[in-house]
Design a protein around this ligand. Structure first.
Ligand SMILES: C[S@@+](CC[C@H](N)C(=O)[O-])C[C@H]1O[C@@H](n2cnc3c(N)ncnc32)[C@H](O)[C@@H]1O
Length: 385
């Protein structure tokens, strides 16, 4: 058995949901033990490759093996006897990430290294360097939660440069039509679908969701209203296939998501994952009338899309979809009537944490400060026949 702390990025609850969905899809046993402000302690009955896992999960920044947990009065003693460094050098660099506790705990580590006759320099190392050179650094996470201390040693770190490479180096980039590569990967993982299954993005744009799905081992299909974007999407996915040497298949068509069943066979798709058309690009908060108008146009589009999605999805197929919510100048909120759409088309909310001791809620409200539109991330399941 092994206990690890998963340290999350900007959206901890969404990242926890991503992690739970990922394990559930692969039928990997795990047990969440405690949730902290931006981390989670998980126990695994089996060994696993932390390095591979941190690459697959977009919301997890670090995975750290729990060394011990204790009360404050035992902390100094436990640190001094812990296996902080297992290498053979006598000069090392280390960093102690202290969460929710006083930074003075760092002194205990300084003393512990001194006692072990190690010349240890405390230095922050940027994540993209740490990801590559973790074996040369000691990176410790200390979390204080309800007067208990959890001390863990980082065993894998996510490399932000890899996300940037997949975003900026692909042949076509259109930041205004998709949030981020990281969010795209989280959406794919939320689908809780077995690798090698078929994932469709019916509003595929230039293919951010599809590229991340391919890299996670799914075969993908895309549909896009604009023929120009569909072409760009194909070029991006060709680039992904070549650069990352993936065996996943892809196919992109130009067409209308309101007529999905014209392009895809009934019950041929395992999951639909998409950030769809979200309405016009807003430079400032809309007035009430404008927000109502946008919502009513999108309501008609989504209604038609869902009535077609239920045809092409397999029974129990999933939909992960981003639904916009508009905050007006006078702080009123307007969004799509999803209850009605779900009820009419036989979908229910799917929550991978439903039977776990620690739960996350769906839909998840995703906000970015610079963005005028708020987003609700829905995970849905088509009811079996
Ligand atoms: C937010 S962007 C998509 C981002 C994309 N999911 C990604 O991963 O990069 C929305 C896209 O939907 C396309 N679109 C709008 N209405 C459509 C429709 N009825 N059918 C198919 N695509 C549509 C737009 O041209 C635009 O490229």
């Amino acid at each position: 058995m092994c206990e690890c702390i998963f340290l999350f990025g900007r959206n901890p609850k969404l990242s926890y949901l991503e992690l739970a969905s990922y394990f559930k899809a692969r039928e990997l046993a795990f047990k969440p033990i405690a949730r902290f402000e931006r981390a989670c302690l998980i126990s695994f009955p089996q060994e696993f490759s932390a390095e591979a896992l941190v690459e697959e999960l977009a919301g997890t920044v670090k995975i750290a093996k729990l060394l011990f947990s204790c009360n404050e009065n035992e902390l100094e003693e436990r640190i001094s006897s812990a296996d902080l460094y297992e290498g053979t050098k006598n000069k090392i660099m280390y960093f102690i990430d202290v969460i929710n506790a006083s930074s003075s705990v760092r002194e205990f580590f300084k003393d512990a290294f001194k006692r072990q006759k190690l010349k240890a320099v405390h230095k922050f190392v940027a994540p993209h360097i740490l990801a590559k050179k973790l074996c040369e650094h000691v990176d410790i996470i200390v979390i204080k939660n309800n007067s208990k201390f959890f001390v863990a040693k980082t065993i894998a770190c996510s490399d932000p440069h890899k996300f940037r490479e997949r975003d900026e180096e692909r042949p076509f980039v259109e930041p205004e039509i998709m949030s981020s590569v990281r969010l795209a990967r989280i959406l794919v993982n939320l689908s809780c679908t077995k690798p090698r299954a078929t994932i469709l993005d019916p509003f595929c744009g230039i293919g951010t969701v599809l590229q991340e799905a391919m890299l996670l081992g799914y075969n993908v299909k895309g549909l896009e209203l604009s023929p120009e974007r569909a072409k760009r999407c194909t070029e991006n996915l060709e680039w992904i296939k070549e650069r990352f040497n993936t065996s996943a298949d892809f196919g992109v068509k130009s067409g209308d998501a309101r007529r999905l069943s014209d392009y895809f066979e009934n019950e041929s798709i395992d999951a639909i994952v998409t950030e769809p058309e979200l309405g016009p690009l807003l430079k400032k908060l809309p007035a009430e009338q404008e927000a109502k108008q946008i919502v009513s146009t999108l309501q008609r589009l989504y209604k038609k899309f869902f009535s077609e999605a239920k045809l092409v999805l397999k029974p129990n197929g999933k939909i992960v979809i981003v639904i916009p919510r508009f905050r007006t100048k006078n702080s009123k909120l307007f969004t799509i009537n999803m209850d009605k759409i779900l009820h009419e088309n036989g979908f229910r909310i799917f929550n991978a944490t439903e039977n776990l001791p620690i739960k996350a809620s769906v839909p998840y409200l995703y906000k970015e400060e610079w963005h005028k539109i708020e987003r609700l991330i829905y995970v849905l399941e088509k009811a079996p026949k």
